[in-house]
Design a binder for this molecule. Structure first.
Ligand code: 1YM
Length: 642
């Protein structure tokens, strides 16, 4: 382990490994070399600028996707230190960009690094994984610049001009020999920077995409912080009180919380630690929930909304319809869980709870009308939950009496090993029939859907158990719903939605995804939900094997390839599939169900915030935004990051 000495405590830079290691095993440092990993590069650089904002020196961050997928990130902070150590002859800036794990603990105690991408590995990793990187620093009256190629210095830091301003500008081109794609998705970056702006009150972040002739641009700056975040999440929902409940504590252990109730039936909570989305929750969220339940129950009892003899409201009752965001900053966070997004520090629960107990109780006393509106909803949730319990018991009792507990239309597979089993959920009897004949019955089950469509956004659990369309899905999956959902009980490792590529198909897909999102969320989080992708076209010619095309691009590419082989378009037969029902069982197997050929799209939770927004829009009360959205964006599935 080498050590560097430096007036910025550079001796704390720990050089653990060289950048070669990063290039050899990029996945270890940025998670993957897919588009997710690519986006991580941007987050790593922006995180350094956000840290500078958190330290109080930077107000503006400007991110540009330039033509050729070059990323530029500019900030107006102090500029990375440029002074050169007399012994090592290396500047602090160069150290930050060439040594792994550098830049962790600069500036002593006051400037601890709280921001950071999931991997928090820093600028040197970005440098290692870029074809080239160029860093320009304005500081101490000068402009300084250094350049790198694939992590190696090609121009050491040198002064190239004078400037009275301060700040850091980084440009880089990700290495195409490492990443699967260099095509950044503007929307994904835009969402992340919106989130960052919400999480850092007052910070101004601009994102600009100049790759196309008509540039895209968005600017985010929220003086309201998390309050603005909650308002944004609730923008298409019916609110029970006009402004979010807001709490904040600064100092050694900063906490920020915003809460607003809506008329929805689901709970919508997001938690962050050091600006990282803690998808799996943790101690901060536990403290929050515990306090929420206690404060509302105490208030209800002391104000006679609940009688002394009544049971307490449960946490679920109290969280029905809540939208809440909680953000804490922890100096030495311990992340646990499958995806390392669960906070483990036990002391955090109590600290959050103490703040909430005091501030929330105070708020309710001062705003009795808000307290009343929320508690009325909680009490009605409690009654509905009781009704749901009864409905569920009825279902359980009924199924215990029947010889088979499985829905009649389910054509089950012979294997009982969930790991290899998959269930296709198919709309329509004719497609269901083809699927049944075409499948491999050893491990593929088919569940045709029929019955009345239910909009789960507008229904409580008791209605869902009684719904003839969704009940078979619940029973087939076999793991319950809502708070009862138990992922260890699932009967199929893959739950595959197979629907037509038309409006009706989109409808059923949206309904089922909303349902899974609201009532079987772990199924999505665990990666068990998939979308089947049937082909859109078949190209045929005598003596040639049929070619199936899954997208319009696919079709064009095949036309081109065939042309190169001397086969012209007019020699080819083109069939456009309007529905699954047009395919015979063999074709359906060959194109959509055979694991060797099929295309399955895994539904992920990566962007739960976006997904929730879209679900609300597509399924919720407000009609106008839904119409606008559908008109503007027929390819919504893409935006769910599926
Ligand atoms: C576009 C990316 O990296 N900005 C940035 C980075 C640093 C500072 C300011 C900075 C930090 C400190 C003191 C300190 C960094 N400096 C270092 C190191 N923008 C971007 N802006 N002065 C300036 O932490 O004490 C690492 S990051 F290590 F050199 F101090």
């Amino acid at each position: 382990m080498e050590k560097y000495e430096h007036e910025y405590n550079a001796d704390q830079i720990q050089v653990l490994e060289g950048l070669e290691a990063v290039r050899k095993r990029p996945g270890m440092y940025i998670g993957s070399v897919s588009i997710r990993g690519l986006h991580h590069l941007v987050y790593e650089i922006v995180d350094n600028a956000v840290d500078e904002a958190l330290a109080g020196y930077c107000k503006n961050i400007h991110v540009t996707i330039e033509p050729g997928n070059i990323i530029k990130v500019e900030d107006d902070g102090r500029g990375i230190p440029v002074d050169i150590h007399p012994k090592t002859k290396i500047s602090a800036a160069e150290t930050v960009y060439t040594k792994l794990h550098a830049g962790g603990k600069f500036g002593g105690d006051s400037g601890y690094k709280v921001s950071g991408g999931l991997h928090g590995v820093g600028a040197s990793v970005v440098n290692a994984l870029s074809e080239w990187t160029e860093v320009t620093i304005q500081r101490d009256g000068g402009i300084f610049q250094m350049k790198f190629e694939r992590g190696k210095v090609v121009e050491s830091l040198k002064r190239i001009g004078n400037s009275e301003k301060t700040g850091t500008t980084v440009r880089f081109l990700a290495d195409s020999t490492i990443f699967e794609t260099l095509e950044y998705e503007y929307e994904v970056l835009e969402n992340r920077f919106r989130e960052m702006a919400f999480l850092t009150k007052g910070l101004n972040i601009t994102i600009e995409d100049t790759r196309e002739e008509t540039p895209k641009k968005a600017n985010f700056c929220f003086e309201g912080g998390l309050k603005s975040f909650v308002e944004y999440l609730n923008k298409n929902k019916e609110k029970l009180h006009p402004t979010p409940i807001y709490m904040e504590k600064e100092g050694d252990f900063p906490i920020e919380i915003a809460i607003q109730y809506t008329s929805a039936y689901s709970e919508n909570m997001y938690s962050f630690v050091n600006n990282i989305n803690t998808v799996e929750g943790g101690t901060h969220l536990e403290g929050f929930k515990r306090s929420l339940t206690k404060v509302f129950n105490d208030y209800a009892k002391s104000h006679n909304i609940l009688k002394e003899k009544d049971n307490n409201l449960t946490g679920d009752d109290i969280r029905e319809g809540i939208t809440a965001v909680i953000s804490v900053k922890v100096k030495e966070p311990q992340f646990e869980g499958q995806t390392k997004t669960k906070l483990g520090n036990s002391e955090v629960a109590g600290i959050v709870q103490t703040l909430m107990n005091e501030k929330l109780a105070e708020f309710l006393e001062e705003n009795p009308n808000v307290a009343k509106a929320i508690l009325e909803k909680c009490v009605s949730a409690s009654k509905a939950r009781e009704a749901a319990r009864k409905a569920r018991e009825l279902v359980r009792r009924k199924s215990a009496l029947e010889t088979t507990t499985l829905p009649g239309k389910l054509a089950d597979c012979s294997s009982k090993n969930p790991e290899e089993c998959e269930v296709y959920i198919v709309e329509g009897d004719s497609a269901g029939g083809s699927a049944k004949q075409g499948r491999d019955r050893r491990y593929q089950a088919i569940l045709p859907l029929w019955g009345k469509m239910l909009n789960v956004e507008k229904a409580r659990a008791d209605k869902i158990y009684g719904n003839d369309k969704l009940n078979p899905v619940i029973i087939a999956v076999g793991a319950g719903i809502g708070a009862d959902f138990d992922i260890t009980k699932i009967r199929y490792g893959k739950v595959i939605i197979m629907a037509d590529a038309d409006v009706d198909g989109a409808h059923i897909r949206t309904l089922l995804l909303t349902f899974f999102f609201r009532y079987m969320r772990p199924l999505i989080e665990n990666g068990n939900v998939y979308l089947a992708q049937p082909p859109l076209y078949k190209l045929s010619k005598k003596g040639m094997e049929d070619i199936y095309c899954y997208t319009d691009e696919d079709l064009q590419r095949n036309y081109k390839e065939l042309e190169e082989k001397g086969i012209q378009r007019d020699q080819l037969g083109l069939q456009r599939y309007k529905g699954l029902g047009e395919m015979n069982p063999e074709q359906l197997w060959e194109t959509t169900m055979n694991p060797e050929n099929r295309i399955l799209i895994k539904v992920t939770m990566e962007d739960a915030i976006k997904a929730d927004e879209i679900f609300t829009l597509l399924m919720g009360d407000e009609v106008e935004p839904r119409r606008e959205f559908i008109q503007a964006n027929a390819k919504y599935v893409k935006n769910l990051d599926i």
